[in-house]
Structures are given as structure tokens and as C-alpha cells.
Design a protein around this ligand. Structure first.
Ligand SMILES: C[S@@+](CC[C@H](N)C(=O)[O-])C[C@H]1O[C@@H](n2cnc3c(N)ncnc32)[C@H](O)[C@@H]1O
Length: 188
């Protein structure tokens, strides 16, 4: 496993800081369908949702405003690796969502199961915290099932999402008749 070097990670672009205490985090939330639904469905939880692509983030922000800016959801335009590395304390995260990450078929080092950052992210998870990862690519899922244990993540469940879908990508894949997979891991 390659070592994660936090000193090499650039400072975040966003000046928004992490809240005090434990919170939930979504990485790469795209146009924000899931974080908004999640925040509305869980008014007692606090979610930070990060998207680095400006065009998608602006759609997310617009959607957040059109839902009256749920106070328990903070949209952040940034690279999640920078923001988390510099802002989140160890054991501060209760639930993490990585829904339909870029598949990176030709770039193994950019896939979550091979990213040194994953070990750093696991340090940020509270004991018993959950990490949810979804993909429509079975080989991506198989790789996570096989390798996440090396990072101290135990598989709790594997399910197959159904329509209408929680994210824009999930909706599209399910409408196209593709299988989707949802993994929930627990920090051990
Ligand atoms: C395939 S899209 C899925 C978007 C959304 N989760 C969905 O399911 O509709 C992956 C998203 O992750 C974002 N992303 C990838 N790496 C990121 C990073 N390091 N920080 C923040 N966002 C990232 C990309 O910009 C892209 O919008």
C-alpha cells in the first residue's frame, strides 16, 4: 500500500471550515440530488457535500437554494482530498458517501481501492462509522470488496439500488437497464 503524504496535499480553495463535532460527508456529489434528499430526510444529521467540478457544483448550489437552503447541508466547491486533509479531524466523520466515483478503468491509482488517501479518510472515520460506495461497474465493486478490508473497513452490506435512484448517475444507469451496486462498509 502506498503511503499518503498529507504535507504534499495543496491547501483547500474553499474557506468553509468543518463544523464542530461529528458530521456526515459526501464526496463528488455532482449536481446534488442525493445530498439534498438526504438532508431533508435526516434533519437531525449534518452533511457536508463536496463537488470539485464548477459546472456541477453550480447546479448543486442552485438546487440547494431552490430547496430553501437546508441548514443541515453545506455545499462546498473544492477538491475533497484537499478539503478533508486540511479541515477534518481524526474520528470526526460518522457517515461517508462516495456515489458513482469516476471509474478510472485505465488509471488504477485513481480508483478508491488503490488511493493512499483512503487510509487517511479511514483515520477521519469515527469508530463504527459507515462508508457507502456505489457503482454500476461490477469490477470496481469487486475491487472494493476485496481491498477495503486492508484499510480497516468491514463489508456490512451489498445491495442493488432500484428506481427512481438517489443520484443523477444512478437514475440514468437504472433507466438504461444497467445493474447498480451499493456497498456499506463499517470501520472496525
Ligand atoms: C461520475 S460523477 C457522479 C456524481 C454523483 N455522485 C452522481 O452519482 O450523480 C463523479 C463526480 O465526482 C466528482 N469528483 C471526483 N473526484 C473528486 C474530488 N477529489 N473532490 C470532489 N469531487 C470529485 C467529479 O467532479 C464528478 O462530479
Amino acid at each position: 500500500m502506498r503511503e499518503f503524504k498529507s504535507e504534499l496535499i495543496p491547501k483547500p480553495r474553499s474557506s468553509i471550515l468543518a463544523p464542530e463535532g461529528k458530521f456526515d460527508l459526501e464526496i463528488g456529489c455532482g449536481a446534488g440530488l442525493h445530498p439534498i434528499q438526504y438532508a431533508i430526510a435526516h434533519p437531525d444529521r449534518h452533511l457536508i457535500a463536496i463537488e470539485r467540478t464548477l459546472e456541477k457544483f453550480l447546479k448543486f448550489e442552485k438546487r440547494w437554494k431552490s430547496h430553501e437552503c437546508p441548514k443541515n447541508l453545506v455545499p462546498i466547491h473544492d477538491d475533497a482530498i484537499s478539503w478533508i486533509t486540511h479541515n477534518v479531524a481524526n474520528e470526526q466523520l460518522q457517515r461517508v458517501f462516495i456515489l458513482y466515483p469516476n471509474p478510472e478503468p485505465k488509471n488504477k491509482n485513481q480508483r478508491w481501492a488503490h488511493m493512499p488517501f483512503l487510509s487517511h479518510l479511514v483515520d477521519k472515520l469515527a469508530k463504527d462509522a459507515e462508508l457507502t460506495l456505489a457503482s454500476n461497474i461490477k469490477s470496481y465493486i469487486d475491487e472494493c470488496v476485496e481491498l477495503f478490508a486492508d484499510y480497516g473497513l468491514k463489508l456490512k452490506s451489498l445491495s442493488t439500488p432500484t428506481l427512481p435512484g438517489r443520484t443523477h448517475f444512478e437514475r440514468k444507469y437504472l433507466k438504461d437497464g444497467q445493474d447498480c451496486y451499493n456497498l456499506v462498509f463499517v470501520k472496525v
